[in-house]
Design a protein around this ligand. Structure first.
Ligand code: GAL
Length: 548
């Protein structure tokens, strides 16, 4: 139902709400051609930690980078080669510059100097890949807390050197930086403060070098990073770890060589990493680097793991030794349709939409093509079970037919009318793509607007009141314009919840841009309030929201 306001009514209500703009429900779509805006997708790559611990060096990294290209992973979308803890033993020169061991990081080409990290970056770039590096937000790094292999090295953190270190990483040519929290934790620092300071150091390094570092925050979910990490320091893209390590490193031929990865730990990280309202517009919950292909998991368990990470839209950072992957594990890691679910253009996280009994779950993730959902039928029990996905639970029109594809089987299963049931083995997942018709959604327009909608500015939030809730966490499509050349930001607060920072890419010409989020509408009935406020001087102009 669309309601119309007389000028007098509107003024009276505007007065009652101070400067907040009023919005009302309607059935008409926002005007103008709507365009789904491209956002940064979750990073894909490899990290040295799981398979090499602190034995990482130039030789290891070169072999892994070569393998990523020759085994087809690069073609499948993996691109970062991330050097984790152990590359630096904490030494600095008199000017505070990081000094690395020349033997571990030798010259790799004519004219290069040993002990220069730019050498390995050049090598990685030469293969068409991107390079990642690692540090700690505190003074000490993780080796001082619990050295995994080898001695403990103090001072392997960047505290006191943020400007210098992140500039150095950018100058070396790195494209990605993971920032751990062992030192920060030891000193009881506030992660929201430290990681914001680092985000600013990264921006300054970019301004100086023109080279951006992708920002990977790793504080294991301490103090709920999903509440402060999206868009921290107005970064365009970042990820934050939501929990601990799935497995301690398994390094072949060492005292740690007998460790085993376990599926229950994979499920634990999947569960603790589920924060859909924080994941949107280029910001991702990071469930940890993957253990698929490592000792301890069966091939079926590797597929479960990959299914869960793809449903979550988590970064896909392989942790296995890429030179020793089985053919089946490689096929699992590179399955194009599973990767496409992870890398979907909406960048959202799956939500649990039904639970038929304890451990029998239906998870759904909206995909960029209208009416399409990735669906995981998850059986956590110890017996085989039948699990049903109902269209109504997926937000699809209940009585319209929808096509179902079994993703791992690569098989179209045909059309079904209101639900689909599958037999799911114990401890397994059936991964589907279901394509039907969108269910009921309500459009809320701002009632008083300029041509471009209502601009979010300092002291002038754009507020949608009386938003109805059909499901507790609902997809919300935000139509907006940003006529600038840079991203604009707004903090969205839903009801009394902690706000989340949303990035709004520039909208071309007269197009109306669209970004998707998932909001926790925790008030029953039409009582939810969504308020967009400025995160910098000037935010986007909001036109409407479409709520499922
Ligand atoms: C942990 C982190 C791991 C790895 C390790 C290195 O804190 O979660 O991913 O980086 O440190 O010591």
């Amino acid at each position: 139902m669309r309601s119309f306001w007389s000028r007098k009514d509107a003024l009276a209500l505007l007065f009652a709400l101070g400067t907040a703009l009023l919005c009302n429900p309607g059935t008409l779509p926002a005007q103008g051609a709507q365009k789904l805006m491209a956002i940064p997708l979750p990073p894909m790559g490899w990290s040295s930690w799981n398979a090499f611990s602190n034995t990482v060096d130039s030789r290891v990294v070169m072999a892994q980078a070569k393998a990523m290209v020759s085994n087809g992973m690069a073609k499948a979308g993996y691109k970062y080669i991330n050097i984790d803890e152990g590359w630096w033993l904490g030494a600095r020169d008199a000017d505070g510059n990081i000094v690395v061991e020349a033997k571990a990081w030798p010259a790799l080409a004519a004219g290069e100097k040993a002990g220069d990290m730019a050498n390995i970056v050049r090598y990685i770039h030469g293969l068409g890949l991107k390079a990642g590096i690692y540090t700690d937000a505190g003074r000490d790094g993780c080796s001082t807390v619990g050295p995994d292999l080898g001695p403990s090295y103090p001072n392997t953190g960047s505290e006191g050197h943020y400007e210098q270190d992140f500039l150095q990483f950018a100058k070396w040519g790195f494209d990605y930086v993971k920032v751990d929290w062992c030192g920060g934790d030891k000193e009881n620092l506030d992660p929201a403060v430290q990681y914001a300071e680092i985000a600013r150091a990264i921006s300054r390094a970019e301004a100086i070098t023109g080279h951006r570092l992708y920002y990977s925050i790793c504080n294991w979910g301490a103090r709920s990073p999903w509440t402060w990490a999206p868009g921290i320091g107005n970064v365009a893209a970042d990820i934050w770890r939501t929990g601990g390590d799935i497995v301690a490193p398994i390094v072949a031929g060492t005292k740690n060589g007998d460790r085993k990865a376990e599926l229950k730990e994979v499920f634990r990280e999947f569960d603790s990493g589920n924060h859909p309202p924080a994941q949107h517009t280029g910001y991702y919950n990071d469930l940890d680097m993957m253990v698929a292909g490592m000792q301890g998991l069966t091939e079926a368990e590797n597929r479960v793991h990959m299914s869960l990470w793809a449903m979550s839209g988590s970064p896909l950072i392989a942790g296995a030794d890429l030179t020793r992957l089985s053919g089946e594990a490689l096929a699992t890691l590179t399955n194009p349709e599973v990767i496409a679910i992870d890398q979907d253009a909406l960048g959202l996280q799956a939500m649990k939409v039904a639970e038929a009994g304890k451990g029998l779950e239906v998870w759904a993730k909206p995909l960029g093509r209208g009416g399409e959902r990735a669906v995981a039928l998850v059986n956590r029990t110890e017996t085989v079970a039948r699990i049903t996905a109902n269209w109504s639970d997926l937000g699809l029109r209940p009585n319209a037919s929808a096509t179902v594809k079994d993703v791992w089987a690569g098989k179209d299963l045909g059309s079904f009318d209101s639900s689909y049931s599958a037999t799911v083995p114990a401890g397994d997942v059936v991964l589907l793509v279901i394509r039907g018709r969108e269910g009921k959604r309500t459009n809320y327009e701002i009632s008083r607007r300029g041509q471009d909608g209502a601009t979010v500015q300092k002291g002038e939030p754009v507020v949608f009141k009386n938003v109805a809730s059909r499901t507790r966490v609902a997809p919300v499509v935000i139509a907006y314009t940003n006529s600038g050349k840079e991203l604009r930001y707004a903090d969205l607060r839903v009801n009394g919840q902690v706000p989340t920072r949303i990035a709004f890419p520039p909208t071309p010409g007269s197009a109306v841009g669209v970004v998707w989020i998932e909001a926790e509408l925790d008030r029953e009935g039409a009582k939810n309030v969504l308020s967009f406020s400025a995160a910098s001087e000037l935010g986007p102009s909001i036109q409407s929201i479409l709520v499922q």
